[in-house]
Write a new protein. Structure first.
Length: 347
């Protein structure tokens, strides 16, 4: 549990996978409805101090996906996840999820997205204090044709969701498939006005793929762990990211617990933050990695010795990286400034 300052800090969450963000309370609720899966409970979260390989994390997602197979499941999960982020002091979130179909329950990709959007709407109607937007995710293991279908679905909801659907994500096991196969669908999405948040260089030795994906260019980068030359990336990759000033979504617990980074102090946050490059602290999968955004901010502060003022600035600057329009950014900044005095007079 994070200290009160980090909980009270108003925060923006820009990298959260819906099915990776399910809390153990919600998992229990889902298991009650599916008793045949009751022995899977401990398979969906990496406890404190434990680690897995990234490959093992993707096995965990397969188990979690067995728990969310109907429109009702997706609706319940979305509502709970949104409320949990709000309770943690997150004022604006861009959730992302891969539309899935499930023949046994009649869930289609379209009804999947509708269920997410309906849950978001209900949270709003209930007065939950958080602005929620949504990105449709492309899982690289499903290939470019499915990716193009996802772009079309995103386009449909982009037009009809009143600004809630803002973009696309490229994710999934980075060791599977080739990123260059997704350039065409991603570019098509971009031409429609959808913003792009792409997982990039989450594992080593993908310089060619990273270069191709950066040429689009994306609006934000997920992880970017192996972009800089010190870890096998290249100066050219760094220069491209700097030239377009593409913000990085950085997820400490995710990278350490899935072992793409050996320890917190080795995290590439350090490299990019020292360059003055936009860095956004995110959770990735708060359920799987047993974290929340307050804790991620606290880890950032304690690992790199950042003052409360520096942490405040980090959160405030993240507002510039959201996909919602400028007017939303101004509103959030006003909100942050209103909350600031209360936060700094506590001690
Ligand atoms: C740990 N690092 C990661 N790297 C890449 N992709 C990840 C990920 N963590 C999660 N996902 C992606 O998100 C899906 C689960 O949420 P949704 O079913 O979409 O809501 C995973 O199946 C994977 O495609
Ligand atoms: Zn991710």
């Amino acid at each position: 549990m994070a200290e009160q300052f980090y909980k009270d800090l108003p925060k923006v969450e820009l990298h959260a996978h819906l099915n990776g963000s399910i809390s153990s309370t919600t998992t229990e609720k889902l298991i009650t409805k599916k008793p045949q899966l009751s022995d899977q409970h401990n398979m969906t979260v990496i406890s404190r101090g434990q680690k897995r390989t990234l490959e093992e994390c993707f096995e965990m997602f397969k188990i979690i996906h067995q728990l969310t197979v109907s429109d009702e499941d997706i609706f319940v999960v979305t509502k709970d996840v949104v409320k949990e982020f709000a309770a943690d002091g997150v004022k604006y979130i861009e959730l992302r999820s891969t539309p899935r179909e499930e023949k046994s329950t009649g869930m289609t990709k379209k009804s999947y997205v509708s269920s997410v959007l309906e849950a978001i709407k209900q949270c709003k109607n209930e007065g939950v204090d958080i602005d929620v937007r949504f990105l449709l995710a492309i899982d690289r293991r499903n290939g470019p044709n499915i990716a193009m279908e996802t772009v079309k679905l995103a386009e449909e909801f982009f037009r009809s969701s009143d600004g809630v659907v803002v973009g696309l994500d490229l994710s999934g096991n980075p060791a599977v498939g080739d990123g260059k196969n997704f350039i065409a669908p991603l570019q098509a999405g971009r031409n429609l006005g959808l913003k792009l948040a792409l997982h990039l260089a989450e594992i080593p030795n993908q310089n060619e793929e990273s270069e191709m994906l950066l040429s689009i260019p994306p609006d934000r980068i997920g992880h970017g762990t192996f972009l800089h030359p010190e870890v096998g990336g290249s100066q050219r990759l760094v220069d491209t990211v700097k030239k377009y000033r593409i913000p990085l979504e950085l997820c400490f617990s995710s990278n350490v617990k899935s072992q793409t980074i050996s320890s917190y102090d080795q995290h590439h946050f350090h490299y990019w933050y020292n360059l003055g490059h936009p860095c956004v602290v995110c959770t990735d999968d708060k359920g799987v990695f047993g974290t929340d955004l307050s804790l991620e901010y606290q880890i950032t502060a304690s690992t790199f010795n950042l003052s409360k003022t520096q942490i405040w600035d980090l959160s405030y600057q993240s507002i510039n990286c959201i996909f919602a329009p400028e007017s939303v950014k101004s509103d959030l900044k006003r909100r942050w400034n209103e909350l600031k005095p209360g936060l700094f007079t506590q001690d």
